[in-house]
Design a protein around this ligand. Structure first.
Ligand SMILES: [Zn+2]
Length: 528
């Protein structure tokens, strides 16, 4: 038997100097949808996340709190992972860059680059942004400030550091973008990087002197590896580079690095150059996603008006509406907005009313008219339903293409418009609630068809809303391992578990428990 094709996907690792915010959640949800989708395609997925701990900011933050830095980062790693678990992020691993496996891999890597002749030492003086923990060239500075941190003052930092010979990689990087045209996604990010690299690259400082916190340069223990150089290496140290070579060979290279658009240049220029120097294979794609704006201001820890903690929304409405909102409202490659008002609007319209109503209505009819058992699913004529949703096989194929290329908002829009609305139209056309009185068999056929369309819907939304999909499967007593392929009607007709429908939905007050209880909004005016 041949092994399942592998798929390795990573997110950026986060600075644990404060709790995760909505912008960070956006990235993790987007990567999770892809990981879940690829698993449904039968791939052997490895989904990597982690925290970026070897940063001065983290040790400063621990100092402010009077805590030991290691105890602080360990506690933050627990807090981050609790948020990711609550958001149903299905990562397979979570690396803390203070872990031993990371230190060993980093030191091996920097030694390899040093041995290749791509690292040299020189005295250096430049503008430094404490916010980015990054040296800034004239090109990066806007009106004397870092554009990411306009409130901060840039410092001139002078020291003797090790430099990575990034400038020597210009031709090789341009050749990489040529030979792997989809290496950088989306197109706008690719163009930015192409113009950056074409105009020429400067060598980058990769070490700092006199810091205790961080990983030591193996050939000069007075120096600590600069946080950016160290952070990028998590993608290989987490899968065994330096500690488990067999595992590393098996999993690397990554299929996708999913990262924010503000760090694309590190991932698209510095990172491939580092790998070239160490003679390691290139990742296949880097996807720079957009930002989520909170009423116009970038949702980040430093924004003045802070969105509430993601945990507050999850506690109130569950993780799935939150996942749905981001993936439906914010184009993953572009930017999106988050506001509580819009969240409630989308929740009520798409989830409580549209999806939730179809669920409750269908189950209620199955229970009321047929005691929850509908037989003869295999022989059911699907012509009338298919007429409401023509070109169905093509639609499923298109949806696969959209989800696979991170166009989540378009995919969800299509699912709602072309599958969900078609099901509602079909109910209107066949009127099972009316024909039950005159022709119970026509009612049975209609409900079997709606049930089948709900099975299809559940599979299509599963990467986005896994628990909701499972509730659909449980409600109809279906096997919950429904593969993407089985959405085609031809397959559905031969699936033995579909020979009859058995409603097993959770019942409260004699009715199926609502999928998404409507959020009641305060009325704008009181009655006189
Ligand atoms: Zn900055």
């Amino acid at each position: 038997m041949s092994e399942a094709p592998r798929f390795y996907i990573t997110t950026a690792i986060d600075y644990p100097n404060s709790r995760p915010h909505i912008g960070t959640a956006f990235e993790k949800i987007g990567a999770d949808v892809q990981a879940r989708f690829q698993r449904m395609q039968g791939k052997s997925v490895h989904f990597q996340m982690g925290n970026d701990e070897n940063t001065i900011k983290v040790s400063q933050r621990a100092g402010e709190l009077g805590q030991d830095p290691q105890a602080y980062v360990n506690d933050m790693a627990q807090q981050f992972q609790a948020v990711w678990a609550a958001l149903k992020i299905s990562n397979d691993d979570f690396i803390q860059t203070t872990e031993e496996r990371h230190r060993i891999g980093c030191q091996k890597f920097i030694q390899a680059v040093y041995d290749a002749g791509d690292i040299y030492k020189k005295a250096y003086s430049s503008q430094y942004c404490d916010g980015c923990e990054e040296f800034k060239t004239e090109r990066d500075i806007v009106e004397g400030k870092c554009p990411n941190h306009p409130q901060r003052t840039l410092r001139v930092v002078e020291e003797e550091n090790y430099f990575f010979r990034l400038s020597a990689f210009q031709d090789r990087l341009l050749a990489l973008y040529q030979s792997q045209p989809d290496f950088i996604q989306p197109e706008t990010r690719r163009n930015e990087i192409l113009s950056l690299v074409t105009t020429g690259l400067q060598d980058v400082s990769i070490s700092r002197k006199g810091f205790d916190w961080g990983i030591k340069v193996p050939f000069d223990p007075e120096q600590t590896i600069y946080v950016w150089f160290d952070a990028l290496l998590n993608y290989i140290t987490a899968v065994g580079y330096g500690t488990d070579d067999e595992r590393f060979q098996r999993i690397w290279p990554a299929d996708f690095h999913v990262i924010g658009k503000d760090i694309t240049r590190f991932h698209c220029a510095l990172w491939p150059a580092m790998l070239m120097s160490a003679k390691l294979p290139m990742p296949k794609h880097v996807l720079g996603h957009g930002f989520v704006y909170f009423k116009g201001a970038k949702a980040s820890k430093s924004a003045a008006e802070k969105p509430r903690d993601p945990m507050d929304y999850i506690a109130e409405h569950g993780a799935e509406p939150f996942r749905y909102y981001f993936m439906r409202e914010c184009p993953f490659g572009g930017d999106g907005n988050f506001s509580e008002e819009r969240f409630i609007e989308v929740y009520n319209a798409d989830l409580a009313n549209n999806l939730g109503n179809l669920y409750s209505r269908t189950l209620t009819m199955c229970l009321k008219y047929f005691d929850g058992t509908l037989t003869g699913a295999l022989e059911t004529d699907r012509t009338a339903w298919v007429a409401e949703c023509p070109n169905f096989p093509q639609l499923v194929q298109d949806l696969g293409g959209l989800v696979g290329s991170f166009q989540y908002n378009v995919a969800l829009q299509k699912i709602w418009l072309e599958v969900l609305d078609a099901s509602n139209r079909y109910i209107q056309a066949t009127q099972p609630f009316r024909v039950i009185k005159t022709d119970p068999d026509a009612c049975r056929v209609a409900l079997l068809n709606v049930a089948e369309s709900m099975r299809v819907l559940a599979i299509l939304i599963k990467p986005f809303m896994p628990a909701t999909a499972e509730r659909f499967f449980r409600a109809f007593n279906w096997d919950d391992v429904q593969a993407w392929e089985t959405v085609s009607y031809a397959d559905a007709l031969v699936r033995p578990e579909l020979s009859e429908i058995q409603v097993r939905a959770q019942i409260s007050d004699g009715k199926p428990a609502p999928l998404f209880p409507k959020i009641e909004v305060e009325p704008p005016a009181t009655r006189s």
